[in-house]
Unconditional design. Structure first.
Ligand SMILES: [Zn+2]
Ligand SMILES: [Zn+2]
Length: 85
């Protein structure tokens, strides 16, 4: 999730200049799963909620292990059909 944080520590001699301050509304992205900040150079994954690469990997591995062989083959683009007829 995006969170706007006030990160002004000390501008204008301790009296923040307010809306013109570049640090008062810093947009930061947090992982909804582990609550860690997702750095701007990292990817954000949308799986119903925002996830960091690490949580998304766990999520995908978990989802993937629940798929049937046919579903996996479909997702990877392999052809499969029954031999009959
Ligand atoms: Zn300020
Ligand atoms: Zn995470």
């Amino acid at each position: 999730m995006f969170r706007i944080t006030d990160e002004c520590v000390y501008c204008n001699d301790g009296k923040c200049i307010g809306s013109a301050c570049p640090n008062i509304e810093v947009k930061r992205m947090y992982c909804d799963e582990c609550k860690e900040e997702i750095k701007s150079e990292e990817e954000v994954y949308d799986a119903g909620c925002d996830m960091c690469p690490e949580c998304f990997k766990n999520y995908i591995e978990n989802e993937w292990s629940n798929l049937t062989l046919e579903e996996k083959a479909d997702l990877m683009g392999y052809k499969h059909e029954t031999v009959g007829d």
